[in-house]
Write a protein that binds this ligand. Structure first.
Ligand SMILES: C[S@@+](CC[C@H](N)C(=O)[O-])C[C@H]1O[C@@H](n2cnc3c(N)ncnc32)[C@H](O)[C@@H]1O
Length: 237
């Protein structure tokens, strides 16, 4: 019998909610990626601009977004994570499924979906929904894990098993939910957004410094290869 898809993660994130901001905890690398993602968010070009962070978790992007001029909104299914996000700059928070957003069409200037598409059974429906709530001219930013053997090796076999600080819990990822890049690009294009993809990896020297206990954070650097962790950015037509 085929094993069930691992989509019951919300209770895990409720249980882990106290660790969102722990620089050596199981969610620590998400903070590094949130910082990299925020660099792709343009400064707001109008008063009252709104940014929606899909599956915002504990709001790790918050500190990197303040100063860009947006009112921050976030949705997540983990209420305890939303409570954390409320303490880090998010003003409008809703416990909602990112594939069925409780917002009108074209209501946000920026929509981000960080490290969440690989946790939902239909990430392409989630991308369509993200495009729906984005206004024309607005920016969509997604980052997730590619559906490759290499990603499975790096993000599951190695990342979840090596006894290192910042290690995600075993079972965090289900490789069958990893995202197909051509289909992601096609879906976004069909909903008005031409995404440009780039890969992300930890800065090697900083990563080693982190593992040696000499530093608390690691910068992510852009790379051409998109076969493991990748980010897509584009504007809505
Ligand atoms: C890996 S964390 C990423 C959190 C945040 N985006 C970040 O990068 O720090 C995945 C998040 O997705 C949320 N999540 C999973 N499935 C969801 C869904 N269907 N709708 C809304 N949130 C979901 C979880 O509760 C968790 O907070």
């Amino acid at each position: 019998m085929q094993q069930q898809l691992r989509t019951d993660l919300i209770t895990d994130y409720d249980r882990l909610a106290g660790t969102w901001w722990d620089p050596r905890g199981p969610l620590a690398p998400l903070g590094w990626i949130a910082r990299a993602r925020a660099e792709f968010v343009p400064a707001a070009d109008r008063d009252g601009a709104r940014l929606l962070d899909l599956a915002c978790g504990g709001g790790l992007a918050g500190p990197h977004l303040t100063g860009k001029g947006y009112r921050l909104a976030g949705v997540d299914l983990s209420q305890l994570s939303l409570n954390e996000a409320a303490r880090h700059g998010y003003r409008d928070l809703a416990r909602a499924d990112l594939t069925r957003l409780p917002f009108a069409d074209r209501s946000f200037d920026v929509v981000t979906a960080g490290q969440c598409l690989e946790h939902v059974p239909d990430p392409y429906a989630a991308v369509a929904e993200a495009c729906r709530v984005l206004r024309p001219g607005g920016t969509l930013i997604v980052d997730t894990i590619a559906d490759t053997r290499l990603a499975r090796l790096v993000a599951i076999t190695l990342a979840e098993n090596l006894p290192l600080p910042g290690r995600p819990e075993r079972g965090t990822h289900d490789h069958r939910l990893f995202v197909n890049r051509p289909r992601l690009l096609r879906t976004a294009r069909e909903h008005g957004v031409d995404l440009r993809l780039l890969g992300l990896r930890p800065h090697l020297r900083e990563g080693l410094g982190y593992l040696a206990g000499r530093r608390e954070r690691v910068r992510m650097v852009p790379v051409k290869a998109t076969g493991v962790l990748f980010l897509g950015v584009g504007r809505k037509r």
